[in-house]
Design a binder for this molecule. Structure first.
Ligand code: SF4
Length: 339
């Protein structure tokens, strides 16, 4: 449900309280982005400290946008839209909050004497190379600010728009560690259209991996989430891993789908329509919980490990990249089978 749609308006004209708290300035709709409303906000801070980051390979994140037009049904970040008084379903896909001042705010924070130049992760919550980045061009400023301050960073994305910034990323990798990861979990085109309707095609993302590898990056591919009974067949995984290896990736991280909070209902509504015969099996697999059963996890691990070996995508394999390999900064590392 889209609760709030307007043409460009001035500030403080009836914005939802959650957006007001986020520093709302105005809303924009343009013909090039049909069906999407951008809510421009002025953020107070750009660097977010990760609470309890013990299990994660980073302590800091930057999220230039909230909501994601890539619109993945399984997206674990959907619930965060509710803090803005927007819903976690269609609003998450179409009501995109953009921190238009993120670059100057970031530069200010990076210049603080207290900044210890710990690695910063982008793409841990929503995708920084979703379509809105084509309009707002925030990433070049973010990349330059981090590199110039001596701060290493990682980017996880499904957005082929990243190719626009490849020369800048190569330059940054000469100054600081830069880790790049691309998410590709589905090869089947019908499933891709049903489950990730706003993302570039799997083939386009494989070509992104190839371009990054040719530029000297050791690219990690997130084969995640694996959708039980839809993308966990030996045939699909073998074909997907073969394509990823052929594109030149250095390694793969894979884990099964987690169904938490609002994401659960949004995904299961789709499943009930698209694959009603699977509903009973999902009830058995997830019960009232958010994770698959330990038995399924073990079974999946047994299926995937030999395939990683076969395609030489096991991340423990020694590599000698020009640029350091991407750590798999999984959005939810507790779930990673192969972290
Ligand atoms: S690309 Fe990532 S952040 Fe965007 S909807 Fe898909 S899973 Fe969520």
């Amino acid at each position: 449900m889209v609760r709030w749609q307007r043409q460009t308006l001035g500030a403080d004209d009836g914005a939802l309280p959650g957006l007001e708290r986020a520093g709302f300035v105005r809303s924009v709709q343009t013909p090039e982005f049909e069906g999407i409303t951008f809510h421009e906000v002025l953020c107070k801070s750009a660097l977010n400290r990760v609470p309890d980051s013990g299990a994660l390979p980073f302590n800091w994140t930057i999220n230039p946008m909230r909501g994601c037009s890539h619109a993945c049904r399984y997206c674990f970040a959907r619930g965060t839209h509710e803090y803005l008084d927007l819903d976690a379903g269609a609003d998450f896909d179409s009501q995109i909050v953009v921190k238009t001042n993120v670059v100057p705010v970031l530069r200010r924070e990076l210049h603080r004497r207290s900044w210890r130049r710990e690695s910063v992760a982008l793409g841990t919550n929503t995708d920084p190379y979703q379509r809105a980045e084509g309009r707002y061009r925030l990433m070049p400023g973010i990349i330059s600010a981090l590199a110039e301050s001596g701060t290493g960073f990682s980017i996880l994305t499904k957005g082929t728009l990243l190719r626009r910034d490849l020369p800048l990323l190569v330059q940054a990798a000469g100054q600081v560690p830069v880790h790049l990861a691309v998410s590709i979990a589905i090869l089947d085109l019908d499933l891709h259209r049903g489950l990730e309707p706003g993302t570039p095609s799997p083939r386009a993302r494989l070509e992104l991996v190839r371009a990054l590898a040719e530029a000297g990056f050791a690219v990690n591919v997130m084969v995640a989430p694996i959708i039980p009974y839809l993308t966990d067949s030996n045939t699909h995984l073998d074909e997907l891993f073969a394509a990823i290896a052929e594109a030149g990736a250095a390694g793969v991280t894979a884990f099964p789908m987690h169904l938490r909070g609002s994401t659960r209902g949004w995904f299961l509504n789709w499943l009930a329509e698209a694959h009603p015969a699977l509903m009973r099996r999902y009830r058995q697999l997830y019960g009232r919980g958010t994770s698959v059963t330990p038995e399924y996890s073990a079974w999946l691990r047994g299926r995937i490990e030999p395939l990683l070996e076969k395609h030489r995508l096991n991340r423990d394999r020694p590599a000698e990249p020009k640029v350091r390999a991407a750590e798999s900064h999984t959005p939810d590392p507790q779930l990673a089978l192969f972290a």
